[in-house]
Design a protein around this ligand. Structure first.
Ligand code: TXA
Ligand code: MG
Length: 313
């Protein structure tokens, strides 16, 4: 549903978000597709709507210091300086993740990307929701970033609960992304010139090995330490199951040292919402091996299989 952004529609959109819905809204850079950042299922719906073949860590949008505290466990001095100088505005800062942030939001990373938008509609929406919103650009995988509500409607249409039309986004280019530890580095050039950032905090490394030539392909993406293979439990003998873990799609399997069932009802969005959490849990158990059951390669199943194949590689 595409509606002009005003007090009434923003209040209604905020209510949808609090129920776990997904809402497209304008920011000063591009339109974002938002969901409650702390609600794994709502965030999984973003990936579903974008039809991404892989998970990509999302940018979390905050309106104030209180929301920032729920997202980041620590704010280094250089980040403070940048926030005072450039927030609200088109600068995203990568910080250590607070424990309440679900891993589906960060695509398994222990860091989280945060920004405070300046667009009045984005701010009003965040304030009405009263909670941080995860929001990637509101376009389907492979299409251009949307600078008008109509672009969102053409690209995502029916899969979005509400599209708030706030006119053309003023900057029209995504935010600049930096990380600050172990030293400042540019992860994505964007609407704030890196020279301005350097004027505030000193040299910023331009070419990092973990920069993002293609989103979601970050070199430091979460990979389990435990060897992982993709296999159906029915092809694994009982003796082979000893000391190993099973990341199941729908059905439990006997004989494994630990089992996590992603989606007892077969829902791929439920599986996506739990995927990184369960992988982390199994990885922490000191197992010999993790056997991961393949999931159907449709919808979010594509993204889950993409991550499993990387983890198995
Ligand atoms: O201007 C913008 O940033 C827009 C508006 C809606 O805020 N959002 C946006 O999101 O461009 P998106 O999904 O297109 O880009 C998010 C990118 C990811 O592709 C990844 O490169 C980076 O942010 N990112 C997110 N979390 C990260 C993390 N923890 N570490 C490194 N990079 C991260
Ligand atoms: Mg994008």
């Amino acid at each position: 549903m595409l509606v002009p952004a005003n007090e009434t529609s923003i209040r209604a959109a905020a209510a949808r978000l609090r129920e776990g819905g997904i809402v497209a809204f304008p920011t000063e850079t591009v339109y974002g597709l938002g969901a409650l950042a702390l609600d794994a299922r709502a965030v999984a719906r973003i990936f579903e709507a974008k039809r991404r073949p892989s998970f990509d860590p999302l940018i979390v949008h905050v309106a104030d210091e209180r929301m920032l505290e729920r997202i980041a466990s620590e704010v280094p001095a250089a980040a403070r300086t940048l926030m005072e100088r450039f927030w609200p505005g088109p600068l995203t800062i990568v910080l250590p993740r607070a424990s309440g942030v679900p891993l589906v939001t960060t695509a398994g990373l222990e860091t989280v990307a945060v920004r405070m938008p300046s667009h009045p509609v984005a701010r009003a929406l965040l304030e009405a929701v009263g909670a941080p919103l995860a929001a990637p650009s509101a376009n389907a995988f492979g299409s251009l970033s949307p600078t008008r509500a109509q672009h969102v409607a053409e690209s995502l249409g029916e899969s979005v609960d509400v599209i708030l039309d706030g006119g053309t986004t003023p900057l029209g280019l995504e935010s600049t992304i930096v990380r600050l530890t172990p030293h400042p580095a540019l992860l994505r050039p964007g609407a704030l010139a890196v020279e301005e950032i350097e004027a505030a905090i000193g040299p910023v490394e331009r070419e990092t090995s973990d920069a993002t030539p293609s989103p979601g392909r970050l070199a430091h993406h979460y990979a389990p330490r435990t060897p992982l293979r993709i296999v159906e439990a029915e092809h694994v003998s009982l003796s082979e199951r000893q000391g190993a873990g099973y990341l199941a799609f729908m059905n439990d399997a006997p004989g494994y040292a630990a089992v996590r069932v992603l989606a007892p009802q077969g829902s791929l969005s439920e599986a996506a919402a739990r995927f990184f959490e369960f992988l982390h849990e199994l990885d922490a158990l000191g197992l010999r091996r993790i056997d991961a059951q393949p999931v159907p390669e449709v919808g979010l199943g594509l993204a889950i299989m993409d991550r499993l194949r990387r983890a198995a590689a």
